[in-house]
Design a protein around this ligand. Sequence first.
Ligand code: GUN
Length: 298
Amino acid sequence: MILDGSALSKTLREEVAEATRGSGVKPGLATILVGDDPASFSYVGSKQRACERAGFKAEDVRLPGQTTQAELEDVIQGLNARDDIHGVLVQQPLPKQIDTEVIVASVDPDKDVDGFHPVNLGRLMRGDRGFLPCTPFGITRLLSSAGISVSGKNVVIVGRSLLVGKPLALMFLAKMGQGGGLQDTGDATVTVCHSRTCDLPAVTLGADILVCAIGIPEFVRADMVREGATVVDVGINRVDDSTKPRGYRLVGDVMYDEVAEKAGAITPVPGGVGPMTVTMLLYNTLQSARKLYSQDPL
Ligand code: GUN
């Protein structure tokens, strides 16, 4: 089974657009891009287009690479104060002169539709309602809509980042039925692996559900995957390819062709987790406009 994030996103984005029409408020998302990283440029463009299609107001703030910490904080304070902006997203990575942690913490937690603010991560840790980070949130949606329950399963996550690995582990661990957990994506037995893990294949072979989020192209090979396992590939890596018009192609963290032969279900790259991230951002922004959080029904 192919876990088609593009198809599911299409359905969910229509639901968001429909709920927006019925909500009596026009959700507003501001994205801030500092500098000219090509991948960030492309991600911000997708987020802006998706907002416009869903009937949102999309404010596209572009700042030069030399922007100072104080200038960026001023822009964020201005957006925090605006009634027509319900989500403020600072695209990462930020240039070296900027302290990313301070910037993330300067976004109003109730406009933090990325779910990266310490308050929202704390809410997730405690099992309280809040904004869930979009990539892990999208992964849980992709699994539940395919009828793949994580309850009682061995879930192995490769990667311990603050944006994906750690929050995803907390979501899968959540006690089902508890306020901050999602209705259908908790109660798993979760193992988190990283670059210092000893004998990684021995751990990943125990996975009913294997998630790879490390940013190393085609790292997971078939001999690391149990027959019939569900494989979720979070990687979006550009690798040089002179046969492509752009000079590169996108590959995941999983060697797709050989792992797909063995997996029971797998996410493709592109078209798997990637579109779900943007979809959950729309979802969070709509919820914010309605003064609700990620866990609340649309
Ligand atoms: N950089 C890579 N992914 C993301 C994301 O989901 N949000 C933000 N703000 N920056 C990112």
